[in-house]
Design a protein. Structure first.
Length: 252
């Protein structure tokens, strides 16, 4: 059975039931209807330098090791100690499913009940927050398709984006530091989500300019990483994201 989300058909399997949905196009899926609020520019900050995350405790999931950038002979000596990064699955719920593919561009739709916690994939800093569902059905696709959304640049230097949220968690705003597993909002169906509760999830480099929504919505396939994190693994997207950035120069 076909589900539709973001820019076309994607197949999803629910853990406890089969969900058939019909959604629409580009950076997010359908609107619950009603008159949208005025267009709001998302809050944005330029990414800070990669910060070292706390080492995982014995009870924590395995942490990935990310090498710090090498220094040049003319630059002051800096620490080359590896950054320890912990990853967690971005939706904290028992009844949740996702499909490895997505239509037209690499991303994933994570299906869960509305109101379930959407959490930070890893520790880092909030880059953008969209607090108003200004999506207008039938308008050209663009950054408003995501409805309520949050993007985070992790301590690993990767951007993680989640949209269609029904609520932004208190205290979540641009420039605020978050920890792996911290609640950033609730699963919902704002924006172009066609009334279907899910989290649109994208992984990308943190191209530091407002309006790079074609990058922000996702540029590499998240499925392999999600499978690892769901099993408390530490598979890191750093190398794949860096390779994409080098090949595309932040142009999607």
């Amino acid at each position: 059975m076909d589900d539709f989300c973001q820019y076309g058909p994607v197949l999803s399997l629910r853990l406890f039931s089969v969900l058939t949905v019909a959604a629409c196009s580009l950076a997010a899926c359908g609107s619950p209807g009603g008159t949208p609020a005025a267009t709001v520019t998302p809050e944005f900050v330029v990414p800070s330098p990669v910060a070292a995350a706390d080492a995982a405790s014995p009870e924590s999931a395995p942490a990935a090791t990310v090498s710090a950038a090498p220094t040049t002979s003319s630059a002051p000596a800096t620490s080359t100690a590896p950054v320890r990064v912990k990853y967690v699955f971005p939706v904290k719920a028992s009844n949740v499913a996702f499909h490895p593919t997505h239509s037209k561009y690499p991303a994933t739709d994570i299906f869960a009940d509305c109101g379930e916690p959407a959490v930070a994939t890893t520790s880092g800093v909030v880059l953008e927050v969209s607090r108003t569902d200004a999506y207008v059905k039938g308008k050209p696709d663009g950054p408003l398709n995501g409805g309520l959304s949050v993007s985070i640049v992790g301590d690993d230097g990767v951007r993680y984006y989640g949209s269609h949220l029904s609520r932004i968690a208190p205290g979540i705003k641009a420039g605020v530091r978050v920890e792996a597993g911290q609640r950033v909002g609730d699963v919902g169906h704002t924006g172009n989500a066609n009334g279907v509760c899910h989290l649109h999830y994208g992984i990308s480099p943190p191209c530091a300019r407002t309006g790079d929504w074609k990058v922000r919505r996702g540029v590499i396939w998240p499925a392999d990483y999600l499978k690892s994190w769901r099993k408390n693994g530490g598979k890191s997207p750093v190398s794949e994201v860096a390779a994409w950035k080098k090949a595309h120069d932040c142009k999607a």
